[in-house]
Design a protein around this ligand. Structure first.
Ligand SMILES: Cc1cc2nc3c(=O)[nH]c(=O)nc-3n(C[C@H](O)[C@H](O)[C@H](O)COP(=O)(O)OP(=O)(O)OC[C@H]3O[C@@H](n4cnc5c(N)ncnc54)[C@H](O)[C@@H]3O)c2cc1C
Ligand code: SF4
Length: 483
């Protein structure tokens, strides 16, 4: 056990955020670092519970009490080993994960869980700084080959596991750079891309091969990959965007959130001086109350928006757990995100009615109406509550409807379910033998932690099939919703 009295004598403490007026001038990450002693004290708050409920919240099966104790004892190197035992990319989850482990922590019974995510990030940052993260190429090659389509966290996790198991792995990516939504969706201020680049370099040195600018289905048929490789893994994400179906959607100045975020990320990469979809000097309305909308909010502020309003259909969640969301469930409570701290207005319980035309084909406003929530995804407009929000830019962050349809899936007739996700069996195999699926493509739009967990588990299934046995760990099944 870590410090037996740690949880009584050390209050929960998170690192400070950089001041708002400073951080919106740049794209760097928001959080400051805690010093080593402070992180060790925070890790010492862990009680090494007989039943570690934190595990219940983690799809990766992270060995949380083990690395908390190691950090508290100052053995950071061993903590990094234990962290990597269950997670290929803790620098991604340490920054991006909503950390369902924390509301599941026993100390959340008093509202002050162990700062698990912060400890995780501190371990991996130190491991990179000290040179402990090194390439781990396989001892020998199996002679078997795997094609991975898509280089998001699911594809990368699977590729790293399979490469280390001795298979020759080629990752195909249609974008010009690798990383999936971590590259062109998630903004730099949430995760600086240098973390992605370090990891990709490690993977290259281990032997994983990467082919960018290859749109499988268009540039090369899936059939060809199936013939050329012993197995194919689809890790192509759930990138089909939901549309806004109101009059005026076609007006100039109404864009999908992902187009806005992708362009902003290209600017950060140095590809362009300014984005085409630029919030600079504009009044912005974001339709969609979720995380993608939050990312647009932070991006719009950094681009110099005059004002930003974020709309959501749901009522405002409560500030604290209610009787219907007791510990250790992951509660649906109102959280002030880093982006929201920087400004902007959130409007709940409204839905758009039409985009207002300025008479020249450009957006001049968005007419909205207040709604009553009837159930999940079902709303009733309240008559007489219509109003127009004047704006110059409307960003649609309405989520995703599943895997993109087209030649990639149609070529071999890969089955897609009514939910828009690629159908898979208990071994991650699609309806086409030898073709597997992991991550958002099979699960629907989800989280980085699930993508990594599914990529690892699909790799184990492929290794089992190719080698007849596997030592690769799998913490989730295709049916998992929580651990
Ligand atoms: C704006 C935004 C912010 C997010 N923020 C967070 C967050 O903070 N925390 C969190 O946990 N989750 C977040 N998510 C969700 C998270 O990014 C995804 O769940 C995760 O990236 C899914 O990983 P994946 O590997 O399954 O797919 P993706 O990351 O979507 O990667 C799929 C890749 O496949 C490629 N591809 C598709 N079709 C083809 C083809 N035919 N040929 C070649 N390549 C192809 C795509 O170009 C893409 O690179 C966010 C999502 C969005 C949209
Ligand atoms: S539930 Fe919290 S206190 Fe208990 S082992 Fe997990 S992190 Fe430590």
């Amino acid at each position: 056990m870590a410090d037996p009295k740690g949880f009584m004598k050390t209050p929960r403490r998170l690192p400070a955020s950089r001041p708002v007026p400073v951080r919106i001038q740049d794209w760097r990450e928001i959080k400051e670092k805690l010093d080593q002693g402070e992180v060790e004290a925070q890790a010492g708050r862990c009680m090494s519970c007989g039943i570690p409920y934190c595990h219940r919240g983690c799809p990766l099966g992270n060995l949380i009490p083990e690395w908390n104790e190691l950090v508290w004892r100052g053995d950071w190197r061993e903590a990094s080993e234990r962290l990597h035992a269950t997670n290929n990319f803790p620098e991604f989850t340490g920054r991006l994960c909503p950390a369902p482990c924390e509301p599941a922590c026993v100390l959340d019974l008093h509202g002050a869980p162990v700062t698990i995510k912060q400890v995780e990030q501190s371990i991996i940052d130190k491991a990179w700084d000290r040179g402990w993260v090194v390439p781990r190429p396989p001892d020998r090659l199996s002679g078997r080959t795997v094609a991975v389509v898509g280089s998001g966290p699911a594809g990368l996790a699977a590729a790293q596991q399979l490469t280390r198991a001795g298979h020759t792995v080629v990752v195909y990516e249609r974008d010009d750079r690798l990383g999936g939504l971590l590259r062109y969706g998630v903004p730099e201020f949430k995760m600086e891309k240098r973390h992605l680049d370090h990891r990709l370099e490690q993977m290259r040195l281990e032997g994983t091969r990467f082919r960018t600018g290859v749109n499988v289905g268009f540039d090369i048929p899936l059939q060809k990959l199936r013939t050329r490789f012993d197995a194919v893994l689809l890790a192509t994400g759930a990138l089909a965007p939901r549309e806004l179906t109101v009059p005026g959607r076609e007006l100039d100045g109404v864009h999908q959130a992902m187009d806005h975020l992708t362009q902003a990320n290209h600017v950060c990469e140095g590809d362009h001086a300014a984005p085409e979809i630029d919030a600079h000097g504009k009044r912005v309305v974001i339709v969609g109350g979720g995380d993608t909308g939050e990312d647009c909010l932070g991006t719009a502020h950094r681009q110099g928006a005059v004002s930003v309003v974020q709309l959501g259909g749901r009522p405002r969640p409560p500030d604290e757990r209610t009787a219907s969301m007791p510990w250790p469930t992951d509660p649906d409570v109102f959280e002030v995100s880093g982006a929201y701290e920087e400004g902007g207005e959130k409007v709940f319980s409204v839905t758009p009615l039409r985009v207002v035309d300025d008479g020249r084909g450009r957006v001049a406003g968005l007419e909205v109406v207040r709604v009553d929530r009837l159930g999940r995804g079902r709303y009733r407009p309240i008559e007489g509550t219509e109003r127009v929000l004047e704006c110059d830019l409307v960003l649609l962050a309405l989520g995703f409807s599943g895997a993109e349809r087209g030649p990639l899936l149609d070529d071999l007739g890969v089955a897609v379910g009514a939910d828009g996700n690629v159908v898979r069996d208990a071994h991650w195999q699609t309806s086409v033998p030898g073709v597997y699926v992991a991550g958002d493509a099979g699960r629907g739009a989800s989280l980085v932690v699930w993508a990594i967990a599914e990529g690892r588990a699909a790799a184990a299934a492929i290794d089992q099939e190719l080698a007849g046995a596997t030592q690769l760990p799998a913490a989730v099944t295709p049916q998992s919703t929580a651990i």
